[in-house]
Design a protein around this ligand. Structure first.
Ligand code: FEO
Length: 388
């Protein structure tokens, strides 16, 4: 694929990772892309790069426009190696290019690549003149690492946002008016839930910092570029970063002999009676990163596991480790499960959720195989709690 012009003299020169299916634990069913951008001006400037294995692809795209040795400036908005991995190969071609990055970006790049490159650290408010255009930098720490920043090009009304507003999505289409919007939004939501969620406070701050910028294009570093639905993705980030929930309950469970599964159905039934949107999600058939996409707007997270060797099932342990690490705020939890001789898993699950800030509103355990009466009583108890 050739480079793609996003505005006159500004090109997408990134790489497409069609076969990526696992991004450190995040199931990326649609692959991903690492978007890099080349600005042709008096000072030729590259914004971000790609993963190491896609360096030849990026360099080929750059070479279709200019000789890569002519690159004067490289803006590194984020150190993580999906965006910086190609730098060692690129720097061999343009060793005198200056790298503009945040102070933490410089430290991070030195600690990753141990190379003697020319760095110029920038702060929020630093402006870099590249000819007839100027790049303005805004530091956005923790969206997604301490080093993150974004670059704004006012003459073209383009925000180079790096991880923010991205989606793990491989496609030959580059723009949001060329690809089904429901899929882009779903993948943006999954990306937020699995990557950005712990940093929602910092996102809110960053969104305030972006207020007042006239943005025509959000040139992110993963997936589809926003140009028609800029206000939609900004509004979605506002909502996700505010921890807004709706009348929705997730029932996430694993089961050995279907007793906990029957409890899961009884718990779900209580929420259905109260008009909640519900999802019943078995950990045997749903990936934890897909479940997180549902967590993002759920008021209740109900988790069920039977006992195995005095503990919760390992699938539940993995889910709770992942969930509590991503730290959704202001959520209620219900913990349930069947047991044989010791219901230790209930305490274990409730402990993890409580210590991570969830409000565990009840714990429910039933011995061996529950009767229909016990399940009806369970539904009633949960229903009473929802009404109270
Ligand atoms: Fe896409 Fe935090 O790297």
């Amino acid at each position: 694929m050739n480079p793609i012009q996003i505005k006159e003299g500004i090109y997408w020169v990134g790489g497409i990772d069609w076969n990526l299916r696992n991004f450190h634990g995040y199931l990326t069913q649609r692959g991903s892309s690492y978007n890099a951008y080349l600005i042709i001006d008096e000072k030729i400037t590259l914004i971000d790069a790609v993963k190491a294995h896609l360096a030849p692809e990026m360099i080929k795209r750059i070479s279709a426009i200019i000789d890569p040795s002519k690159i004067d400036n490289i803006v590194v908005n984020h150190v993580e190696m999906d965006h910086s991995g190609a730098l060692p190969e690129l720097m061999k071609l343009t060793p005198n290019a200056t790298i503009y990055t945040s102070p933490k970006g410089e430290i991070g790049l030195r600690e990753h690549y141990h190379a003697d490159w020319s760095f110029r650290p920038v702060e929020s408010g630093t402006m870099l003149n590249i000819g007839r255009r100027n790049l303005h930098f805004v530091l956005t720490p923790m969206v997604h690492w301490p080093d993150n920043m974004v670059a704004y090009l006012p003459e073209e009304k383009i925000l180079f946002s790096n991880d923010a507003f991205g989606q793990h999505l491989a496609s030959s289409e580059r723009f949001d008016d060329e690809y089904p919007l429901d899929i882009i939004m779903l993948e943006a939501r999954k990306y937020y839930a699995n990557i950005v969620l712990p940093y929602s406070k910092q996102v809110q701050k960053a969104l305030v910092g972006l207020q007042g910028l006239d943005i025509e294009i959000i040139a992110n570093s993963h997936g589809i570029i926003w140009r028609k639905h800029v206000s939609d993705i900004l509004a979605a980030y506002q909502s996700w970063a505010s921890n807004e929930t709706r009348k929705k309950a997730l029932v996430v469970y694993d089961t050995m002999w279907h007793s906990t599964e029957r409890m899961a159905l009884a718990v779900q039934e209580a929420f259905n009676k109260h008009g909640y949107v519900t999802s019943l999600l078995s950990l045997q058939t749903n990936h934890i990163s897909d479940i997180m996409t549902e967590v993002i707007d759920s008021e209740y997270i109900c988790t069920g596991s039977p006992t195995l060797n005095g503990r919760m099932l390992p699938t539940m342990s993995a889910f709770l480790t992942y969930l509590t690490g991503l730290a959704p705020k202001d959520r209620k939890a219900i913990v349930f499960g069947s047991y044989g001789w010791g219901p230790k898993q209930i305490e274990e699950m409730a402990g993890m959720l409580n210590s991570s800030g969830f409000e565990v509103v009840t714990t429910e355990k039933l011995k061996y195989v529950p009767t229909e009466d016990q399940l009806e009583e369970l539904t009633q108890r949960i229903s009473d709690l929802i009404s109270s």
